[in-house]
Design a protein around this ligand. Structure first.
Ligand code: ZN
Ligand code: ZN
Length: 282
């Protein structure tokens, strides 16, 4: 299972000299299974560069699944700029939940209206199929990839995903806040024994986390504690606050490794193959 990170930032894209090493694009992670199933997790601004890569790498038709954890803007804002949706022969299944009584397709299409953009969702040439899912649902992608999902504690909800292929497990919990008296049990269930857990590490400090408790995010220490509790093999910190610089994120990695040594930073451009060997990727 190949994983590539295209966007790792939370809230809003943060280009600039202080975010070059970790990256400034918002959430987008690509999975390519050994039986050639393309699964994209979230459509933040990172999906634009992924689109260019897919257009280079795929000869002819691009077919894939886009799992939308939730429709906060940092998880869908790149979708109108995902090049493959302009290819007539391409086909994507958008998978996610209804929010505030609105259908997923309506929410996605709501980004493509005047005066925000001069072209409409309905005018996109690719085949777009929308599949709405529910908390606790399991879906199969291709013949061998099982995707389990569960709603996480985040304002308005956020789906976490557990993706299993031939015994390899990848878990994605991008936006979640744990409780004062314990962990979000759905995170523990999805992450149980995972080869790689991608976990919200938005806040740099516990003080910030307490101050902005209603934002629905975690700190690195909670990510590390979850990794221990769920018995994951490797943890990737993810969804960094737009205020965190490269130096700050890198010092967070040092601190996290003191709690959970097999921790890596999700950073833009990182490519890893699961299951990982003993050596951690840089
Ligand atoms: Zn987010
Ligand atoms: Zn969110």
């Amino acid at each position: 299972m190949r994983i590539r990170f295209w966007g790792v930032r939370g809230t809003i894209p943060t280009p600039g000299p202080d975010t070059i090493r970790v990256g400034g694009n918002t959430s987008c992670v690509e999975i390519f299974t050994p039986d050639k199933q393309l699964i994209i997790l979230d459509a933040g601004s990172g999906i634009r560069q992924l689109g260019k890569a897919l257009q280079r790498e795929f000869e002819g038709r691009i077919v894939g699944n886009i799992l939308i954890s939730h429709t906060h803007w940092d998880h869908i804002q790149g979708f109108p700029f995902f090049g493959p949706v302009f290819g007539r022969t391409n086909r994507f299944v958008l998978i996610g939940q209804k929010r505030v009584g609105k259908r997923l397709e309506e929410i996605m299409a709501g980004q493509f209206i005047e005066p925000y953009l001069p072209y409409a969702y309905k005018s996109l040439p690719a085949d777009l199929i929308v599949k709405e899912v529910k908390d606790g649902e399991t879906i199969i992608i291709g013949d061998h990839t099982v995707v389990k999902m569960a709603d996480l504690n985040h304002p308005g909800g956020c789906l976490g995903f557990r993706i299993e292929h031939n015994g390899t497990v990848f878990t994605y919990c991008s936006d979640v806040s744990h409780y004062d008296d314990g962990f979000d049990q759905n995170v523990l269930k999805l992450a149980q024994g995972a080869d790689l857990l991608v976990h919200d590490a938005h806040f740099g400090t516990l003080e910030e986390r307490r101050k902005f408790a209603d934002w629905g995010h975690s700190t690195w220490i909670e990510a590390a504690q979850v990794a221990i509790e769920a018995g994951v093999k490797t943890l990737a910190l993810f969804h960094y606050s737009p205020d965190l610089t490269d130096n700050e994120v890198e010092s967070i990695l040092v601190k996290t490794r003191q709690v959970f040594p097999r921790t890596i930073l999700a950073r833009e451009g990182l490519e890893i193959h699961l299951p990982l060997g003993d050596k951690l990727p840089d």
